[in-house]
Design a protein around this ligand. Structure first.
Ligand SMILES: CC(C)(COP(=O)(O)OP(=O)(O)OC[C@H]1O[C@@H](n2cnc3c(N)ncnc32)[C@H](O)[C@@H]1OP(=O)(O)O)[C@@H](O)C(=O)NCCC(=O)NCCS
Length: 279
């Protein structure tokens, strides 16, 4: 089995290997090797995951200001398809956190597609990042092979890297999934092609905790049935916008692997009303 090294990239050839990996993953180039080089020199971070000297993953982040605070913004992370699911994404994020803490930063932000279950599992459950907002068509119709021309809706997350909660999450792993099942706000079923689809959406619930199911493999769905993938985008947009506006927050992401299939759920929790002290 290949041993992996995670380290800052420094050489021109290494940045060019990141360009090639962008082409492989997104089918287009977003951050050029020149930009990576200057970002690396002046306050940003470009990390690579290498297997026997070959670049199989990278992370690109720059200094940013959000809500008046200086943070790091992790604009891109990719792992070559053959190397996914081996913890490289997790290790690059952990290395980023270590570097950012050493450089006086307390938070890292990024965006991800709410329908990409792998990203949700890594970002919310494994790392303990917090969802801050839902942005409709965040990047417009940009040339990404992952998007297939669909609206690029995104969660914006922040990862409070200096917090005790994040340190505990990294040390102890995610908390166990509670035994009581929350109410699911979308009734789903597999269609004839074996793809998950929504049968009904329920936008009237008030329970403290709710579940939203999403497909376990959005990439495959986009390749096989783009119209259904488009429906998922619009239906989950409606669900998330409705419940976020009603005072719910995204608390967690759960993925269960049964014998037959994987199921993936966001857990929404209603924020408790704050008690006013008597004057
Ligand atoms: C997102 C990405 C970088 C993750 O890299 P990775 O090395 O596969 O990530 P890891 O292996 O560390 O973590 C993946 C997690 O998802 C879980 N997972 C795998 N398949 C899954 C699925 N279909 N649904 C839900 N979770 C899944 C894994 O079990 C793992 O969780 P665990 O560590 O608790 O077991 C990689 O999938 C990728 O390059 N995607 C395309 C580009 C992209 O979306 N980049 C991010 C936005 S810029």
């Amino acid at each position: 089995m290949a041993a992996f090294t995670i380290r800052r990239l420094l050489r021109h050839e290494e940045f060019r290997a990141c360009e090639r990996l962008q082409q492989t993953v997104w089918g287009s180039l977003s951050v050029s090797s020149e930009l990576m080089l200057v970002t690396q020199k002046y306050g940003g971070l470009v990390l690579g995951a290498l297997a026997e000297g070959e670049l199989v993953g990278f992370l690109y982040a720059f200094l940013a200001r959000r809500g008046g605070r200086l943070i790091h913004w992790s604009h891109m992370m990719a792992v070559a398809p053959a190397y996914r699911g081996r913890g490289l994404g997790f290790r690059m994020k952990r290395a980023h956190r270590r570097w950012a803490l050493e450089h006086g930063l307390r938070s890292i932000g990024w965006t991800f597609d709410p329908l990409q279950s792998r990203n949700a599992a890594l970002n919310l459950r494994r790392l303990g990042a917090r969802v801050e907002e839902y942005v409709v068509d965040c990047y417009g119709r940009f040339p990404s092979a992952l998007e297939h021309g669909l609206p690029s809706d995104r969660w914006v997350v922040e990862w409070p890297i200096a917090s005790a909660a994040v340190a505990r999450r990294l040390k102890e792993g995610p908390p166990p999934v509670g035994k009581t099942l929350p109410i699911c706000v979308n009734e789903t079923a597999l269609n004839r092609a074996g793809l998950l689809e929504n049968r009904r959406l329920y936008l009237h619930h008030h329970a403290p905790r709710l579940w939203v199911e999403i497909p376990p493999d959005t990439e495959a769905m986009r390749l096989r049935d783009l119209a259904l993938a488009q429906r998922w985008r619009l239906e989950t947009r409606r669900i998330f916008q409705h419940y976020l506006a009603s005072g719910y927050k995204v608390k967690d992401f759960i993925s269960t692997q049964g014998d037959a299939r994987r199921q993936c759920f966001y857990l929404l929790e209603r924020a408790r009303p704050t008690l006013r002290r008597p004057a």
